[in-house]
Design a protein around this ligand. Structure first.
Ligand SMILES: [Zn+2]
Length: 390
């Protein structure tokens, strides 16, 4: 007889106790695999490496062979603890005090993984089988490069003929109460590294020189002059920030030859990396067209494209399930704020929405989850499965 415990609180503790700071796994995926194998899932531990990144362990677990395909996606890796001395309890002790469970990864996002496993167990117990297909896409690399994680699991799944219809990502999205906020998209991010080259000279002989910083200031002013957009019904306005401005001139009597600036843009779905590269090229062209002795070069780093899943089936399914469990009538807020998440890869494969525990202590010292929130999230996940498959 097996003694595997499917209680979501105990399971959260088992996961938190594995110190899985990216890319270390320390048994976390084995805990997930053990539970899902026992429920009859086909488990594939997938080790990916290469592509200029470290090696990562991942897990793809699947059950059912026909009907619609629901996927749950999440990660078992966690960010470092920082200064361990500052923690109230050892960060991987999963200590419960009062109504809270403390530990690195408790909020982001091991409690969610535990809740979805528990909900699945209860669903299978109730209906004896999954009337369709259900898969877990679990990566050990969400918090760092995300290179040998979710994108490669999805490629592997496609190669092995797995196709998903809908996906729920369990990142912490709730605000004050479980299910009051979900994420239907995310903003994109790009950084431009600008360098203006002029002609060095004596500040007293300005007519013989060309001040690079003057040209860069003009260009940056022009970049900031007009906002990129005013936002739309799903997104805040895009934000352009000058992150640094560097001339590096140690003296007051030299006109600088070089001036550099970094411009970081968080953009909504009215732009793409490509359109912003063209936009900055235009700005440079316009500003330097009549300039003889200075020019501007740039490189860029495009971290993520923005994306939006138009509110549809998944949002309705979640709203219905949340209100059935909590008795609240208000629809969850549809948000697109915050940093990036692995939903940006999944959106290329199927409709994806993020719903998880309350976003309040992730990546901080004394990260914690409320016990009652774990219990409620597990119920909501169960209800989602119930509404989806029945
Ligand atoms: Zn996370």
């Amino acid at each position: 007889m097996s003694h595997t415990n499917f209680d979501p609180i105990t399971l959260t503790q088992s996961l938190v106790k594995c110190a899985s700071v990216t890319p270390k796994d320390n048994g976390a995926l084995e805990v997930v695999k053990k539970h899902l194998s026992e429920l009859g899932f086909d488990c594939h531990l997938l080790k990916f490496s290469g592509s200029n990144s470290y090696e990562v362990n991942n897990l793809f677990a699947t059950i059912g062979d026909k009907g619609k395909h629901f996927a749950y996606a999440g990660h078992t890796d966690v960010v470092p603890v920082g200064n361990e001395e500052s923690w109230k309890f050892p960060p991987f002790s999963a200590t419960i005090e009062g109504d809270k469970l403390y530990g690195r990864g408790s909020e982001d996002m091991k409690s969610s993984v535990a809740c979805f496993i528990s909900a699945t167990k209860r669903f299978i117990e109730k209906y004896k089988k999954i009337p369709g297909k259900l898969s877990f896409i679990i990566t050990g690399d969400e918090e760092r490069d995300s290179v040998n994680g979710t994108p490669k699991i999805l490629e592997w799944a496609t190669k092995n003929k797995y196709k998903f219809d809908h996906c729920l990502v369990g990142e912490p999205t709730s605000n004050k109460e479980i299910g009051d906020k979900i994420k239907i998209g995310r903003r994109g991010a790009i950084s431009f590294y600008l360098e203006v080259k002029g002609i060095q000279g004596h500040t007293a002989n300005a007519h013989l020189a060309e001040n690079a910083s003057h040209h860069l200031i003009k260009l940056l002013n022009n970049i900031l002059e007009e906002p990129l957009d005013g936002g739309n019904e799903n997104f805040l306005p895009s934000s352009t920030q000058i992150a640094t401005f560097d001339v590096g001139n140690p003296v007051q009597n030299i006109i600088p030859e070089l001036a550099r600036a970094t411009v970081n843009i968080r953009f909504n779905d009215m732009h793409s990396s490509d359109s912003l590269v063209k936009w900055i090229e235009e700005k440079i062209k316009k500003n330097f067209i009549d300039v003889k002795n200075a020019s501007c070069q740039f490189t860029y780093d495009s971290t993520a494209e923005s994306f939006l899943n138009k509110p549809g089936y998944m949002c309705d399914l979640i709203a219905k399930s949340v209100s059935e469990v909590t008795g609240r009538n208000s629809n969850p807020e549809h948000a697109t704020d915050g940093g990036t998440s692995d939903a940006r890869y999944i959106k290329n494969y199927c409709e994806v929405v993020e719903l998880g525990i309350i976003n309040q202590s992730l990546h901080k010292v004394d990260e914690f989850v409320n016990i009652k929130d774990i219990i409620e999230l597990e119920k909501i996940y169960f209800q989602i499965l119930d509404n989806y498959f029945n």
